[in-house]
Design a protein around this ligand. Structure first.
Ligand SMILES: [Mg+2]
Length: 281
């Protein structure tokens, strides 16, 4: 049996999934499926989605079943065999020390009296992810400072990630172990499965992909529909590190496709690792 020699990691929404405003080339996903069937390729999805929404995306958009999935913004890592998604326990053990023995329930109790915060639905929570809704216009410095001081008193190393769901006009606040990032989860996967920076390609499209893209720890692709500010920020950061060759921005034209979504991922993969082009036919 051939062992995989290349690790392709990709964001889903608006990177592999054509769920943005830009058009998709009809050939893009069929070629992606052809590529993913090759034994030389290991495929991992990296997303903010939780398991049920990851599975739904795979079914709805007919994208290939991956070998691994990093979900919930880096707090979960699954090894996938057919329909069976096995949480990689070692990853949980790797991030657990950040919370010094505390789990989701302990931290929820710690913040129970903060009435600006409302717990998100149960499927958006897990052992190492505590997620709240908050008013979108919240002046949050004081609240976050209070939360940080309570966490510090319990010796918990956590990141507090604030974002706004503009469509729903609501604030989102995630409390995560400090080391549970998408980048760190990918580095864990690379180390455990023996892929170095030259054999690993990551593809993304937006600001939350920047920490991975600009890390310089792997080869990165931005699809053609990526935001222009993301492209300039990524180019600038990697130039500062002298690692601009670790970035490829899809421009279209590869096999007559437009470079958006999966087409851009394929174009970038073939740019870095030309032997993969034959696997897409
Ligand atoms: Mg995205």
């Amino acid at each position: 049996m051939t062992n995989p020699s290349i690790l392709l990691c990709s964001d889903l929404d608006r990177t592999l999934l054509p769920n943005g405003a830009a058009p998709e080339s009809a050939e893009a996903r069929p070629r992606l499926r052809t590529l993913a069937a090759r034994p030389e390729l290991m495929l991992a999805y990296v997303s903010g989605r939780h398991q049920a929404l990851l599975r739904q995306a795979i079914a709805d958009y007919a994208i290939p079943n991956p070998d691994y999935a990093i979900g919930d913004v880096g707090t979960t890592l699954y090894e996938i065999h057919g329909d069976h998604w096995r949480p990689w326990r070692e990853w949980a053990e790797h991030i657990a020390p950040d919370w010094s023995g505390a789990d989701h329930g302990d931290l929820a109790a710690l913040f129970a009296d903060l009435d600006l915060l409302r717990l998100q639905e149960p499927e958006k929570q897990n052992t190492f992810k505590l997620s709240y809704y908050a008013p979108s216009g919240l002046v949050r410095d004081e609240l976050l400072a209070e939360m940080r001081s309570r966490l510090a008193a319990k010796d918990v190393r956590a990141s507090l990630i604030w974002s706004v769901d503009e469509a729903a006009d609501i604030g989102l606040l995630d409390v995560l172990p400090a080391s549970a990032t998408k980048l760190h989860a990918m580095e864990f996967l690379m180390a455990r499965r023996g892929f170095d920076a030259t054999r690993t390609v990551f593809a993304g499209d937006s600001g939350n992909d920047l920490p991975v893209v600009t890390s310089g720890r792997l080869r990165a692709v931005l699809v053609r529909n990526a935001h222009s500010e993301v492209v300039s920020e990524a180019s600038r950061s990697l130039r500062v590190l002298g690692l601009e060759r670790r970035l490829y921005v899809a421009r279209g034209g590869f096999h007559h496709m437009n470079g958006n979504y999966s087409a851009g991922v394929l174009e970038g993969l073939a740019h870095f690792l030309p032997e993969t082009e034959a696997w897409m036919r």
